[in-house]
Design a binder for this molecule. Structure first.
Ligand code: ASP
Length: 299
């Protein structure tokens, strides 16, 4: 079977797209070669998201944004569409690659979601890589937080949030055996409150995969994506309305806008390997390929 892959580096607005293109292009090339060499969709999405987590341009892993206390708190999830197994972590700090910890939760525990201190204890036991606070505290992120704090009074103002770049990362894939998988990783929203968790690690919201329908990864304002359970909504549209990935992505984002005036974007691969994406933000930083479409960018 021919393979398909889509990756994203968030939604929102960006001043210059060239560096994001470069970042996504390298990950697309890696993911493509893995899938074409017979690597599973699950391993491919974890490899792609790990690489995006290591790139400080994106809001995940090293490039995670800072919360109101100037700390990094990350969320990540992975799901295997072959058996609906899933693993996720939320509110974690100091872990180099949160998506790999999510994978370990899936593979090595009977649970789906571990948070905060418990997730950190588990990470130590599994000997995953940790990094010092300095690794995550980039100048760009500190300046970004200072700016958000200065305009704090209007932080919930719609117009200010519209200018916000949401650089969460994600990947969806279909492998040579027709198996689907999805993975998403994020630092959340700039200036978020302590303990705030978004859509990313919630199975059925920011991340979802089921071989019978599709694999999907979301980005955008987590509170809005959570309230329409965006991932499962896409899968249900495919299942009940019989549309393909492109149609389902469009319909789900229409629901996001109509119901909660939501700002976000999604990437989707359906059970036939067709790809789809849609967004209500000015842009969605995404790239992919499928049997029908050569390598492409959405911006
Ligand atoms: N969806 C993420 C969250 O709300 C943010 C993002 O997509 O950048 O945590």
């Amino acid at each position: 079977m021919k393979t398909s892959l889509m990756i994203h580096g968030g939604a929102g607005t960006v001043e210059s797209s060239a560096e994001y293109k470069k970042g996504l292009d390298a990950v697309l090339a890696l993911g493509k070669s893995l899938l074409e060499n017979g690597v599973s969709a699950l391993d491919a999405v974890v490899a792609c998201v790990s690489l995006l987590e290591d790139n400080p341009l994106f809001n995940a892993g090293k490039g995670s944004v800072l919360n109101a206390e100037g700390r990094v708190e990350m969320d990540a999830a992975v799901m295997d569409g072959n058996n609906l197994k899933a693993g996720a972590v939320a509110g974690i700090s100091g872990i180099k690659n949160p998506v790999q910890l999510a994978r370990l939760v899936m593979d090595k525990t009977p649970h789906v979601l571990l948070v905060s201190d418990g997730a950190t204890t588990f990470a130590r036991r599994e000997k995953v890589a940790f990094e010092s606070p300095e690794y995550f505290l980039t100048t760009a992120r500190m300046e970004q937080l200072a700016k958000a704090k200065k305009t704090g009074v209007t932080a919930l103002d719609h117009s200010m949030q519209e200018g916000q770049k949401m650089g969460t990362v994600g990947a969806v894939a279909r492998d040579r055996n027709g198996n689907l998988a999805a993975a998403t990783s994020t630092g959340g929203l700039v200036n978020k409150k302590f303990g705030r968790i978004g859509d990313t690690p919630i199975i059925g919201a920011g991340t979802y995969a089921d071989n019978e329908t599709c694999a999907i990864s979301a980005t955008g304002i987590g509170e809005e994506l959570l309230r329409v359970v965006i991932g499962k909504t896409v899968a249900d549209i495919i299942f009940y309305r019989g549309v393909d990935a492109a149609g389902a992505a469009k319909q789900a984002v229409e629901i996001l806008v109509q119901k909660v005036n939501g700002r976000g974007g999604i990437i989707v691969i359906d059970k036939n390997g067709a790809i789809g994406f849609a967004h209500s933000t000015p842009i969605l930083l995404a790239a992919g390929y499928s049997p029908e479409r050569d390598d492409f960018f959405t911006f």
